[in-house]
Design a protein around this ligand. Structure first.
Ligand code: CP
Ligand code: NVA
Length: 310
């Protein structure tokens, strides 16, 4: 039996995402511990640093009665020590599931190709599905639904933007993206999202203007201008993205009481001002908290689906 992996939001249907939200809500309400993962060990294979993903997964696994094992950049050495295939095949013999944070998206895809236990993408250069699930759940909590919610994403068309866009498309939200020329989302993913949105009753629109995207939005979302692995481009990007800062002036273009979202970590003073981050409309810490609850729902479902031949 081949395990099911969670590499992209494209791996999920709207129904499955909504079922995950319902499960997440139950787990959040219960706030309890269980023995659902007793005897199971999930490994966290991380090529890059993490606060939220690592801690929320490790705490979530512990609350479900399982064990977690952190395998960091020193052991992984960015694919230099051994291939993603060998890592996946070897770890499948020890672990019951793998959460992988890689630089190259192809590496997490390659691990999933060979692993006989479930592989969950904990952030690659193309996607951040666990973040999008937690964010979608956060919207669901705040608005009672995701369908029809008007979201603006302002900034870099990066991993977080991709997963949010795919989820918005599946769930029928209206997403406007404002990215500088040459920094928009990947064309194939944008096309996929537009097609799905046409079917779900949502819409995906890209514009170069932050003001236009934010106009009448119920939610304004941003992320760093230089992601992990792009540190050398930070000053160049700072100039290119200067007109894409989420500040009080931009938030005024949005609907009254519009919410502010950010996956964190934030570079305060760059893509977002302190004033917006610390405002009462900022829900960034709710998003971070919901990583824990949403990922517990993922762990429960994916552990149940895993268990391939060892
Ligand atoms: N949002 C998020 O994934 O944060 P970390 O990089 O700290 O895990
Ligand atoms: N886009 C950011 C997200 C971090 C959670 C990065 O890849 O560094």
């Amino acid at each position: 039996m081949k395990p099911r992996h969670l590499i992209s939001i494209q791996d999920l249907s709207a129904q499955e995402i909504e079922a995950l939200f319902r499960e997440t809500a139950g787990l959040k309400k219960a706030r309890g511990s269980s023995t659902a993962l007793a005897g199971k060990t999930w490994g966290l294979l991380f090529e890059k640093p993490s606060v939220r993903t690592r801690v929320s997964f490790e705490v979530g696994i512990a609350q479900l009665g399982g064990r977690s094992l952190y395998i960091g950049p020193v052991e992984l050495q960015n694919g230099k020590r051994e291939s993603a295939k060998d890592v996946a095949c070897v770890l499948s013999r020890y672990l019951d599931g793998i959460i992988a944070r890689t630089f190259r998206h192809e590496d997490v895809v390659e691990m999933a190709r060979w692993a006989v236990v479930p592989v969950v993408n904990g952030l690659s250069d193309v996607e951040h599905p666990c973040q999008a699930l937690a964010d979608g759940f956060t919207l669901w909590e705040k608005f009672g639904k995701v369908r029809g919610v008007r979201i603006a994403f302002v900034g870099d068309g990066n991993n977080v933007c991709h997963s949010l866009m795919l989820l918005a498309a599946l769930l029928g939200a209206h997403l406007k993206l404002a990215c500088p020329a040459g920094y928009g989302p990947r064309k194939d993913l944008l096309r996929w999202a537009k097609e799905r949105a046409a079917r779900s009753g949502g819409s995906i629109l890209s514009t170069g203007s932050a003001g236009e995207a934010a106009s009448d939005a119920q939610v304004v979302y941003t992320d760093v201008w230089a992601s992990m692995g792009q540190e050398k481009e930070r000053s160049k990007r700072g100039k290119i993205f200067a007109g894409y800062q989420v500040n009080a002036k931009l938030m005024k273009r949005a609907a009254p009481q519009a919410l502010f979202m950010h996956c964190l970590p934030a570079h305060r003073g760059e893509e977002v001002t302190d004033e917006v981050m610390d405002s009462r409309h900022s829900i960034v810490y709710d998003q971070a908290e919901n990583r824990l609850h949403a990922q517990k729902a993922v762990l429960l479902r994916w552990t149940a689906r895993g268990g391939g031949k060892r």
